[in-house]
Design a protein around this ligand. Structure first.
Ligand code: ADP
Ligand code: MG
Length: 357
């Protein structure tokens, strides 16, 4: 019997061809993926700076990212020179030394915004606290606990309503003894300016971390949301949760950001209550504000920290243009309803989460 092997041969040929095509496809896929990753890697640009007394980490993607970040760095240096309370000759320094100064448009706008939010928060945000902050040593690191009497005297010069703005000449005037400091709002304002620069440069994907203030532009390059960690204030190496956001600011004020331990063993932190000049201790240890504008989120994170839980919740209900995460000293994690679908709590926190609406 003769066995016809021709079919077998042709089957083998087909099989070889199929195998060759498969190998080709696999090679193409691996190569393509490599190219894709390389392209992505090539278009990521980062800039790390020490500015405004903290670390800035700026990351942007796309062909215009590098040029955009260079402009950002120049702008940060410019704003730092205007807004620093300690740099001789800065706009803020001149207001504090000379009681009247004609200032740059940035300074003027930022002070105006800070005064408006001072008004809205009934003085919980007060940019004229500077003499009190200095008495505690928060500006120099020479920490001390001022006497009650000393605080009472210094508080007589604390009143944001005493700051007068004159639009035409961009001049700022304060009464003798009144001094301002923009520490609670300067980074948020800077973040807004940088996001604008990047947007104008055609960048559509960026994440800026200005010393813990996170501001995002667009989505991640792959279209998924940015993931921003909210620290556990009781153990900063851990997270209380992670937020997924696009085109949003996530700005936190925490007692743990800058503090010292007094000889009495107590912790004293750098967010002060303008009512008594003491570190604000109204039940909160961390406040995160999520919203579209950095300067507002920065101002509010400080102000809500001062207000405490009940006033913060009432304020949120009244304003309605932001979301927030409050962490209480009892370890409660209070979130506003708008964050329900974009927050994932960290290990051990799920049971403490409460949503308010
Ligand atoms: P951080 O600078 O740590 O991110 P904040 O945005 O909350 O934190 O700003 C805290 C700074 O704001 C302080 O270092 C001080 O300069 C200033 N400050 C503290 N308490 C107040 C207050 N009640 N109103 C306005 N400014 C404040
Ligand atoms: Mg702030």
């Amino acid at each position: 019997m003769r066995i016809d092997l021709s079919g077998l041969h042709s089957g083998k040929r087909e099989c070889n061809l199929f195998f060759a095509i498969l190998v080709f496809i696999v090679i193409l896929a691996v190569w393509g993926n490599g190219v894709g990753q390389k392209r992505l890697a090539e278009t990521v640009h980062e800039k790390n700076l020490f500015a405004m007394d903290t670390y800035f980490s700026l990351r942007a993607y796309g062909p215009n990212a590098e040029a955009g970040l260079t402009l950002c760095e120049d702008r940060v240096r410019e704003l730092e020179k205007l807004l620093s309370v300690t740099a001789e000759g800065s706009d803020v320094w001149r207001i504090d030394q000379e009681q009247a100064a004609s200032v740059a448009e940035d300074t003027f706008r930022l002070i105006g915004e800070a005064l408006r939010i001072g008004e809205q928060t009934d003085g919980a945000l007060d940019i004229t606290l500077y003499p009190v902050l200095r008495a505690w040593g928060f500006t120099t690191g020479d920490y001390r606990i001022p006497e009650k009497q000393e605080l009472a005297e210094l508080l007589t010069a604390v009143d944001y309503r005493a700051v007068a703005l004159e639009g035409g000449s961009h001049s700022v005037t304060v009464p003798e003894g009144v001094q301002i400091d923009l520490g609670a709002v300067a980074k948020g304002y800077t973040g807004d300016v940088l996001i604008d620069i990047l947007r104008q440069q055609g960048v559509t994907s960026a994440i800026l971390d200005l010393g813990g203030n996170v501001q995002t532009l667009g989505t991640k390059p792959d279209g998924t949301p940015w993931r921003v960690a909210v620290r556990n204030p009781f153990d900063r190496s851990q997270v209380a949760g992670v937020l997924e956001v696009n085109d949003m600011c996530v700005i936190t004020s925490g007692g743990y950001e800058r503090y010292f331990t007094g000889e009495d063993g107590q912790i004293y932190w750098h967010i002060l209550d303008p009512v008594n000049g003491m570190p604000a201790r109204n039940g909160l240890v961390s406040v995160t504000v999520v919203g579209e504008q950095g300067v507002r989120c920065d101002a509010l994170s400080t102000a809500l920290f001062v207000m405490g839980k009940d006033r913060a919740v009432a304020f949120w209900k009244q304003q309605g243009d932001f979301d927030m995460i409050l962490i209480t000293e009892d370890g409660e994690l209070i979130l506003t309803e708008g964050l329900r679908d974009c927050f994932e709590s960290g290990a051990d926190w799920a049971e403490q989460v409460v949503y308010i609406d």
